[in-house]
Design a protein around this ligand. Structure first.
Ligand code: GSH
Length: 203
């Protein structure tokens, strides 16, 4: 089922700095959906409580609204956006590419976000050394993604939610303690990003 979008119907609540908010924004842009953005700094005093009031039981962002519907958790939000609205399909219909997409999204949730963003970007941005064991873990994550990355988009011939997820992380991955190693250590991922970053949805 799909429906045309109206800006008044669709609201994304989150923050510019937030990886998961960025993923939802990229997905909305890929689908060509107009939306209202409500800024919520979850790390500010009272931010978690505001996020709970907005509909996130764990006090996190993003939160998505479509009419009377409220959704939290980025995977649920992005899959809903893909299915409920017109625009290019962002989930491959063949099982192989779909498995690949799910694998990449899962790696981003369980490895890229905790290891590369929180383990290797955040300490650097605060002028601290990352925990030494994080460097090896970060390189393993990059190597795994490099093995999975497709020639055009991450999963085959068309853009998918995997691209939106990874694009949402890239600024922090590049600005992490392993960022300068990307071209040599993950050349396929690096080539993908240099192509993907020219897409307006990921700007
Ligand atoms: N599993 C959630 C993760 C959301 C998440 O961790 N968001 C971060 C910002 S990018 C957050 O709200 N952090 C607040 C905190 O950790 O207290 C999703 O997929 O949406």
């Amino acid at each position: 089922m799909s429906s045309a979008s109206k800006a008044a119907d669709v609201t994304l609540i989150g923050a510019d700095y937030s990886v998961y908010t960025r993923i939802c924004r990229a997905t909305l842009r890929l689908k060509g959906i107009e939306y209202t953005f409500e800024d919520l700094d979850v790390f500010a005093e009272g931010g978690a409580e505001k996020a709970r009031q907005a509909g996130h039981p764990f006090g996190r962002i993003p939160v998505f609204r479509h009419g009377d519907l409220t959704i939290f958790e980025t995977l649920a939000i992005t899959r809903y956006i893909d299915q409920a609205f017109d625009g290019p399909l962002l989930q491959p219909d063949n099982p192989n590419d779909q498995a690949l997409m799910n694998q990449i999204i899962s790696i981003i949730d369980t490895q890229v976000y905790p290891v590369l963003v929180w383990g290797l970007h955040v300490p650097r941005s605060e002028g601290r050394e990352p925990p030494p064991e994080m460097l090896g873990s970060g390189l393993k994550v990059l190597a795994a993604l490099d093995t999975l990355a497709g020639d055009d988009w991450l999963c085959g011939g068309s853009v998918s939610l995997a691209d939106a997820y990874m694009a949402g992380c890239m600024e922090y991955v590049i600005d992490s303690a392993v960022g300068s190693l990307l071209p040599g250590h993950a050349p396929r991922l690096w080539t993908w990003w240099n192509r993907a970053r020219t897409c307006a949805a990921f700007a």
